[in-house]
Design a binder for this molecule. Structure first.
Ligand SMILES: Nc1ncnc2c1ncn2[C@@H]1O[C@H](COP(=O)(O)OP(=O)(O)OP(=O)(O)O)[C@@H](O)[C@H]1O
Length: 336
């Protein structure tokens, strides 16, 4: 895989070209100091100071009586005891607030490639639905799966020159409350031909999906031919779609072929061996019975849950985390 193929799958790259067939989205370039805030795991986790009073997480530092909490007591003489001041990103927050309003008040956030799916549990809604800058900052800061975007996006590239893109972007997508999981599909394109379609949520059998399989396949194939084929520049890639109840197809995401992209109901070995020709027929897989569900294979689960083997990239991340943990334990024992 080449870096340019990975780059094409960044939402700020593909969205402008395909916005008429996608979900309404506003994209913000992130200042580097906000990226550093996301990456910084050295101190306590501090939410940014909010400019907004109606924020879902009103920041306590706005209360003057509590500001004393952040003062260094005079004469302590020990700089290392100084508590960190909460960070503040007023310009970015203002831009984001305007975007949230323009998108109807609730958004789904993601960085260049990934959404913070693994941190949904921490939000008050238990989902990625956000209506304020603080909620977005909390999800992004708490996510381990964004480490992929921030530090490992090019790990599978044969021409890797950097561990990260020059800029990071925050995409805010209009929130859809009632997306039906059975209407989401991952589609596999090899040599610019659609070769496979997989049910996206592979832990459940949906009888209605089995009934509609043929008509759904026709809709997705037509969508690919009319909108994506020869317009998305990679030879090999995947795209995710959502089919609405009035049979419109929306592209939700693009991902590179192979590497970190989950093949869902396929394996990358069998997809690699497809050697398709145009007109060869598309292999459409859905869960045909609840008994055939592959245990442990879930979407919306960080890939590190699934592939932590040697060479996956995550083996090193886990080794580092374990070493940090052991060091912290040794420090704590030494201090006790
Ligand atoms: N605008 C939205 N409103 C509500 N839910 C959404 C929205 N966009 C996406 N989702 C849900 O979140 C899931 C993940 O979205 P998305 O594919 O953009 O994230 P991702 O991190 O790129 O995932 P992956 O790495 O699996 O491609 C989707 O399958 C869909 O169920």
């Amino acid at each position: 895989m080449k870096e340019e193929e990975v780059n094409r799958c960044q939402i700020q790259e593909w969205y402008p070209k395909f916005k008429s067939v996608s979900i309404k989205t506003r994209i913000h370039e992130l200042p580097e100091y906000f990226v550093q805030y996301l990456l910084d795991d050295s101190g306590p986790f501090l939410l940014p100071v909010s400019i907004s009073n109606d924020d879902a997480f009103p920041n306590r530092i706005h209360n003057p009586e509590e500001e004393d909490d952040y003062q260094v007591s005079e004469g302590s003489g020990d700089e290392s005891e100084q508590p960190s001041l909460p960070p503040s990103f007023p310009e970015l927050e203002l831009e984001i607030k305007e975007s949230i309003e323009s998108l109807g008040g609730s958004v789904f956030p993601k960085l260049n490639w990934s959404a913070p799916k693994d941190s949904a549990w921490i939000s008050t809604t238990g989902s990625l639905r956000c209506s304020s800058f603080s909620e977005i900052a909390l999800l992004l800061r708490s996510s381990d799966s964004l480490v992929h975007d921030l530090c490992h996006a090019y790990d599978s590239c044969s021409d890797k020159t950097s561990s990260r893109p020059r800029s990071f972007f925050l995409a805010l997508r209009k929130w859809y409350q009632s997306l039906k999981p059975e209407m989401e599909f991952r589609c596999f394109v090899q040599n610019q031909n659609l070769v496979g379609i997989s049910q996206r949520e592979v832990t459940t059998c949906y009888p209605a999906l089995i009934e509609k399989k043929d008509s759904l396949q026709a809709l997705i194939e037509d969508f690919f031919l009319d909108n994506l084929m020869s317009r998305f520049e990679s030879e090999n890639y995947t795209f995710d779609v959502y089919v609405t109840k009035d049979d419109r197809v929306k592209v939700v995401d693009f991902n590179p072929w192979g590497a970190f992209t989950l093949p869902l109901m396929f394996t990358w070995e069998e997809l690699d061996q497809t050697h398709s020709e145009q007109g060869d027929g598309v292999n459409f897989r859905v869960v045909e019975s609840q008994l055939s569900v592959r245990p442990g294979l879930k979407t919306a689960v960080p890939f590190d849950y699934l592939d932590t083997g040697t060479g996956s990239g995550w083996d090193q991340v886990i080794r580092n985390a374990n070493e940090d943990l052991q060091q912290q334990t040794r420090n704590a024992q030494a201090g006790a």
